[in-house]
Design a protein around this ligand. Structure first.
Ligand code: GDP
Length: 477
């Protein structure tokens, strides 16, 4: 018998094109090597240079991580209240702010910043972040130790904190041009309300100056990577790391974020129960912001119009014709804090046949009603849903939502973005295909450090454009 036509399935690439290092204990974090089984192989290969830099970073993190001699030395230096220039190991401490999508995007941004600066990323992980993510780096930890000198103050850091870069510049506690003594650390305040002086962070001179500090503390609710591409010092390195700019969050997300076994259990149980058998998977992410009011009727109509215009969901047959044989099955995963949307879409395809004969099943894993970022179990569900959405072949997402950004980045999918409501109604067209799967940097700096004036960086056309959903924002493409 000639079996040459029987194709053997390609072996699953558990290490994602070399993005993941081998050698972790598989049982302690099943998602790390299993997620490849649940996704189509990514068409985007990481660059060899990125792989080399990640392996170098991992070695460096192991050498400098909590408990090591260089870490102890750096802590001693911190406690002396002075910085004496860069040390053997230098650090950037990430602090949480806002919801999980925001947190994941800023961890990814801070990690890339650490990579560019040969710093070690340590994350301040209060209990609401417990049992969400596995350690991404082998034989060490990325968690900031609980005896870190200022750990109790980190959550209160804000624009008024005297140790912020802006406030220390304004009060002349630090001077870029003198060789005077330096404080133990700089707080980088990069949240949406940041001042013009805080934004100097994105200037090359300031970047060079900040290298003198062994300790930086960073807080942000922005995916600030697009602006790093505009810092001349980093441009060439970033080009080598990411020859394809639109894959930054895709690769960094898959590299860094591995759900713990508790969350992976939720993800895989749900997947097996509701999604595994569908021939096509669609995800709809519904996020409603107080500053973007729209009634649930209007929003449902917007979602359905978008799906119809873009051929994402089939029309229904008004005669109520009965299909005898299903031609295809399609699952629709709805992620939202609210009930109602999934039920109405499900009812529609229960009461009427799809004109294409497709069988449409609609599911929503949870409806938490309110954001509760302070609750760990709530965050576990949020992570599970970001992951489940990322398994979709097609994604519809909400404007402005970092939750959706994270799902599209992990999935490597260019979403259809539901347009921001105008006067409580959906504008026309109801949605638009994103130009890239990259997240949007919502509040980028506009200051041109060389020209010393404000400019429209999105119009310069180098590496970044304005976002589809946030006109002042910037995204890589
Ligand atoms: P953003 O505010 O949309 O940019 O996204 P964030 O993730 O930063 O914050 C929203 C938070 O609200 C999430 O982290 C969740 O805690 C919660 N949330 C919003 N939408 C959903 C959803 O569809 N499912 C679940 N489980 N939680 C959600």
């Amino acid at each position: 018998e000639d079996d040459s036509f029987v194709s053997t399935p390609a072996p699953v690439d558990k290490l994602l094109g070399g993005l993941l290092a081998p050698g972790f204990d598989e049982e302690s974090c099943l998602s790390r090597y299993q997620s490849a089984l649940y996704r189509k192989a990514s068409p985007h290969l990481p660059s060899r240079y990125l792989l080399a830099r990640l392996r170098k970073y991992e070695a460096q993190h192991k050498k400098c991580g909590p408990g090591t001699d260089p870490y102890k030395k750096a802590i001693e230096q911190f406690k002396s209240n002075h910085s004496m220039g860069p040390m053997e190991c230098n650090y950037v401490v990430w602090t949480p702010y806002n919801g999980l999508g925001n947190r994941m995007l800023t961890i990814a941004s801070t990690f890339l910043y650490a990579l560019l600066n040969n710093r070690i990323l340590l994350i301040h992980a209060p209990s609401d972040l417990d049992d969400l993510f596995c350690e991404p780096f082998s034989k060490t930890s990325w968690v900031l130790p609980s005896d870190f000198p200022i750990i109790d103050r980190l959550s209160s850091f804000d624009i008024h904190t005297p140790q912020s870069y802006a406030n220390m510049l304004a009060k002349k506690v630090i001077d870029k041009h003198s060789n005077g003594s330096l404080p133990a650390y700089v707080y980088l305040h990069l949240t949406h309300d940041y001042s013009e002086l805080d934004k100097l962070f994105f200037c090359e001179d300031d970047q060079l100056f900040l290298k003198k500090f062994p300790w930086l503390v960073l807080k942000s609710d922005n995916y600030f990577i697009p602006a790093l591409f505009l810092v001349p010092e980093y441009e060439e390195e970033l080009r080598r790391l990411f020859p394809s700019r639109e894959t930054v969050s895709h690769h960094l997300g898959r590299y860094l974020f591995h759900p713990t076994n508790a969350v992976w259990g939720m993800i895989t149980r749900y997947y097996e129960a509701y999604l595994a058998k569908a021939e096509e998977k669609m995800g709809i992410q519904i996020r409603i912001f107080p500053f973007a009011h729209i009634s649930s009727e209007n929003l449902l109509a917007q979602i359905l119009n978008c799906s119809r215009n873009e051929n994402l969901l089939p029309e229904i047959s008004v005669e109520g014709s009965s299909t005898t044989k299903a031609v295809r099955s399609k699952s629709v995963l709805v992620a939202s804090l609210y009930t109602g949307y999934a039920d109405k879409i499900r009812d529609m395809y229960y009461e009427h046949a799809a004109t294409t004969g497709e069988i449409i099943s609609v599911f929503q894993p949870s409806h938490e009603e309110k954001q509760h970022t302070e609750k760990q179990a709530h965050n576990q569900k949020a992570l599970a849903e970001i992951y489940l959405l990322s398994f979709s072949d097609v994604l519809v997402t909400s404007s402005w939502s970092t939750f959706g950004y994270m799902a599209q980045g992990l999935g490597g999918v260019k979403p259809y973005i539901l347009a921001f409501p105008e006067d409580g109604k959906a504008p026309n067209p109801p949605c638009r295909r994103a130009m890239s799967m990259e997240p949007c940097f919502h509040s980028p700096p506009t200051y041109d450090c060389k020209a010393r004036k404000n400019v429209d960086k999105g119009a310069l056309g180098r590496h970044v454009r304005h976002c589809e959903d946030v006109s002042r924002g910037l995204k890589l493409f």
